[in-house]
Design a protein around this ligand. Structure first.
Ligand code: FES
Ligand code: FE2
Length: 425
């Protein structure tokens, strides 16, 4: 099969001075509203680098597929006849029709509905109706396969064939994914509950910024404290900041709010006593040992963003999909664990509905803030301040920058990497 080429050019717009728009302690509001900046983000952030697509558990059988997007392009994540996972541009190599029209499904072949061309699950053109009048070599017309790699079942793809190996791109942030996956005693998660999508009238960058903003919680989510009686709610809303949770910059734009230091008892983060899930505890200790197994149950899952479009929202997996400068879509699904009792996964599903579902507590609060921010930034020559805590950042035990949970370490982490991507030669 012919080597795929990188059709998306990494053009640079000399009129946009990202080093001026993004400074160490402030950024310019036009970064959220300018259509030309959005276009450049598509090329550089979304088509030039790794983007999270989905999880291997979503396509367990050969021929299973799901449709996703990279930037504005429709792509298909499919499990091939050889049991590999490939990500393929969802566009026929004949006259550009969409191949997979359902959000998910299972197929023996990928077949185009326009003129009936048939492709293998890894994109090779197998059959053209009326072959006698077709003069070209079929091997010259495959579907476009993207560079695809996965880490512990988290599948990423890129239009750029020369992108760094995925594990190098993730760097130390692999430990954030490990922390989530290792909530399962067998180290496996399952995304099988379906995705809920919410459209926001806000720029896509507001979502990862908000997801790791430990400063807004006590204001935007004050209603949570009124309905949840737990130490967790007290800890995240403590007005004097003397809580042990940390904000952390893992490099590469990957950022975390680490609540582990707040918790003293197993499952405090879940709002449940350990006695309710004795089998889970037994299996965790059997798999990881007494000390590590119990520590994982105390610390709980990650609360972190993987640049640019994945949010590990504790027991939720969230995808951020850009639409245009003023709109984006947030996808979410509960992260279910393999090797645990069904009633535990049921609890994760109910908690996911309560936190991020259509009538939830958290998502609606954050959504309205993003939309108000987007309105307020239109047309304004405005600067946004990101200086909180920049004088007290420290290099922590992992060798990365960290600060108090409400410090804007995470926002600075995002923008530092964004500037690097957007201003690279
Ligand atoms: S566009 Fe797909 S077969 Fe013609
Ligand atoms: Fe929030």
């Amino acid at each position: 099969m012919e080597k795929q080429t990188f059709a998306h050019s990494t053009f640079g717009n000399p009129a946009i001075d990202y080093n001026n728009l993004i400074q160490s302690d402030r950024i310019h509001g036009s970064l959220y509203t300018r259509p030309d900046i959005f276009e450049e983000e598509m090329q550089r952030v979304f088509y030039g680098n790794w983007v999270f697509i989905g999880h291997a558990s979503e396509i367990p059988g050969k021929g299973d597929y799901v449709c996703r997007t990279i930037g504005r392009e429709s792509v298909v994540m499919v499990r091939t006849a050889q049991d590999d996972i490939k990500v393929i541009v969802n566009r026929c190599s004949h006259r550009g029709n969409m191949i997979c029209v359902h959000p998910e499904g299972s197929a023996k072949f990928l077949k185009c509905g326009y003129h009936g061309w048939v492709f293998s699950l890894d994109g090779a053109l197998l059959d053209v109706p009326g072959p006698g009048r077709f003069r070209k070599d079929k091997s010259d017309l495959p579907l476009r396969l993207l560079r695809t790699e996965s880490y512990r079942g988290f599948v990423f793809a890129s239009f750029n064939p020369d992108v760094l190996p995925l594990e190098e791109y993730l760097g130390q942030a692999t430990r954030l994914i490990d922390r989530n996956v290792e909530m399962s005693p067998i180290g496996e998660i399952r995304l099988s509950a379906g995705w809920v999508k919410h459209k926001f009238e806000g720029n896509w960058k507001m979502l990862p910024e908000n997801d790791t903003d430990g400063y807004h919680v006590q204001f935007v989510h004050s209603s949570i404290e009124k309905v949840i009686d737990s130490d967790y709610a007290d800890a995240i809303t403590d007005p004097d900041e003397e809580i042990a949770a940390r904000s952390r910059d893992w490099g590469g734009g990957h950022a975390e709010l680490d609540f582990a230091p707040v918790y003293t008892k197993p499952l405090e983060w879940l709002g449940a006593p350990l006695s309710r899930y004795p089998d889970w505890a037994t299996e965790m200790v059997a798999s990881y040992g007494e000390e590590a197994g119990m520590r994982k149950l105390i610390e709980g899952p990650s609360h972190a963003t993987i640049f640019p479009n994945l949010f590990l929202g504790e027991m939720n997996i969230v995808i951020i999909q850009p639409i245009n400068a003023n709109q984006c879509v947030q996808w979410h699904t509960p992260m279910l664990l393999e090797g645990v009792p069904d009633d535990l996964n049921n609890k994760f599903m109910r908690q996911s509905e309560a936190a991020l579902g259509p009538s939830s507590l958290v998502l609606a609060d954050d959504g309205i803030i993003s939309e108000r921010q987007q309105i307020a930034l239109q047309g304004a020559s405005s600067w946004l301040d990101l200086s909180r805590g920049d004088q007290r950042e420290e290099v922590d035990e992992y060798g990365v920058r960290s600060g108090r949970v409400s410090d804007e370490v995470t926002n600075r982490s995002f923008w530092r990497h964004y500037r690097k991507v957007m201003s690279a030669a």
